[in-house]
Design a protein around this ligand. Structure first.
Ligand SMILES: [Zn+2]
Length: 83
């Protein structure tokens, strides 16, 4: 967890995210969204525009191997995006 915190500090320049459609500040609606490519996974944060509903996923961690993770996350009701 400590290393996660330090990595976050390196990204301080990104203090807000603007919607490319309408220019509103996007808000984080889900942390730890799983992105799956085969048996490899990454976690990111999903942001949504409060005006138009546009969504983006960013702040990715490193890839890690877990062939079962996508199914577990879906069962928990979390967002899983397959590449
Ligand atoms: Zn928007």
């Amino acid at each position: 967890m400590r290393s996660e915190h330090k990595r976050g500090q390196a990204m301080m320049a990104q203090d807000f995210i603007l919607c490319g459609n309408c220019g509103k500040k996007m808000r984080c609606i889900e942390n730890g969204v799983t992105v799956v490519s085969g048996t490899d996974n990454r976690r990111g944060d999903m942001f949504e525009c409060p005006e138009c509903g546009n969504k983006v996923v960013l702040n990715f961690g490193h890839w890690f191997y877990d062939p079962e993770l996508a199914n577990v996350e879906r069962a928990l009701g979390k967002t899983v995006i397959e590449l």
